[in-house]
Design a protein. Structure first.
Length: 374
């Protein structure tokens, strides 16, 4: 026979059901993103903090005191609850303001890396670099002054885009191998599908482009999707590049000392550190092949022989190679843009493909100086 529930138990269950209600998913519509404001974002952060503080209240109140022991009938099963998973998804969801912030930073050539609508170190670097470019705040924090200057750019953060026949056709390599020996057998290390290609074209994280377009299959010509509008690339020629290993960033300067661009970067590792000192740019190459030599650099998997990997954005050095005067070192793209400054490189300087491509058009062979510091 089932025992009747006490009033305290019913009160506790009711309050628990309310507390477990997942936060609402953010509005990621075109209008919501393009009109997102600093004040609304600040208010959401303060409300989330207040809710988190309330959840940590040790007093608990009457409902908490009435919470049944785990052995009582009706206790939850061990493991992660569905409401916890929903709350985690909501917490990790892209924010419309952060999408707009990252796009506007990209417009200003203070690259946040991938546009993903989430807070993180690369966005913080971009905000600090933008403040330095504009002669604003010294602490590098996002505040009303920085936002007012940045949002004076009234261009849209996101826009509609219609898939073309070429977008759909590819060619693509859905089952792209990770082993270098298998890669070497291919004609091209292409994108896996149109979603990955379009995400990179519009400087986005692939997860974000799919979140903005949950009904899209990315396989239909004429299909309309929502994408970031990162703006035009910089055009000022670069006289000097500073690669700061301690900050994980690359800053390019014009001849008059102005900052042309800032990019987050993956710079070497403990096993294969990046070089030190000063060198020059020798030149650059789009769509480079990759010469793998385990005796000179590193060993990948069980591959102990020299291999030539074909070109393509998903190759080890991405879509572009900027050659430096120190042998075997360069500045290049990456097959994993979301991992910039989150994983190690094999001694070189790794940027997103689009940031590396933009930089390659601005460097001056045998003139642009590259300084490694930090």
């Amino acid at each position: 026979m089932t025992k009747p529930l006490s009033l305290a138990m019913m009160l506790w269950m009711a309050s628990t059901a309310l507390s477990f209600a997942a936060p609402p998913q953010p509005d990621l519509s075109e209008n919501a993103i393009n009109s997102a404001s600093f004040s609304d974002w600040t208010a959401r952060r303060e409300a989330a903090k207040a809710e988190a503080d309330a959840a940590k209240d040790p007093s608990g109140g009457e409902a908490a005191q009435a919470q049944p022991a785990a052995s009582e009938e009706g206790a939850n099963e061990p493991g992660k609850k569905p409401e916890d998973e929903e709350a985690a998804k909501a917490k990790d969801a892209a924010d419309p303001f952060l999408i707009r912030l990252q796009v506007l930073l990209d417009h200003a050539h203070a690259s946040p890396g991938v546009i993903d609508g989430r807070s993180g170190g690369n966005t913080d670097k971009a905000v600090r670099a933008y403040g330095e470019m504009q002669g604003l705040n010294e602490d590098g924090a996002l505040n009303e002054e920085v936002w007012a200057k940045l949002s004076a750019d009234a261009g849209p953060a996101v826009k509609s885009y219609q898939l073309t026949k070429e977008d759909v056709a590819g060619p693509y390599v859905p089952d792209l191998p990770s082993d270098y020996a298998e890669m070497a057998k291919l004609d091209r290390l292409a994108y896996r599908d149109a979603a990955e290609m379009l995400a990179e074209r519009f400087h986005m994280d692939e997860a974000l482009i799919r979140s903005l377009n949950p009904e899209a299959d990315f396989k239909t010509e004429g299909q309309t999707i929502l994408v970031a509008d990162p703006g035009a690339d910089p055009e000022t020629k670069v006289d000097r590049i500073v690669v700061d290993k301690s900050k994980g960033e690359l800053i390019a300067y014009a001849e008059d000392g102005r900052i042309v661009l800032m990019d987050p970067a993956t710079i070497g590792s403990e096993d294969t550190p990046s070089p030190s000192g000063t060198m020059k740019v020798k030149g650059s190459a789009r769509e480079p092949t990759y010469e793998y030599d385990p005796k000179k650099n590193f060993q990948q998997g069980k591959n102990r022989k020299k291999l030539t990997l074909p070109p393509g954005p998903n190759g080890p050095v991405g879509s572009v190679w900027i050659d430096l005067s120190k042998p075997t070192y360069g500045i290049h793209g990456t097959p994993e843009p979301s991992q910039i400054d989150k994983t190690a490189s094999h001694g070189c300087v790794r940027l997103t493909n689009w940031d590396a491509e933009a930089l390659s058009r601005l460097v001056k062979p045998l003139e642009t100086v590259v300084e490694f510091k930090g």
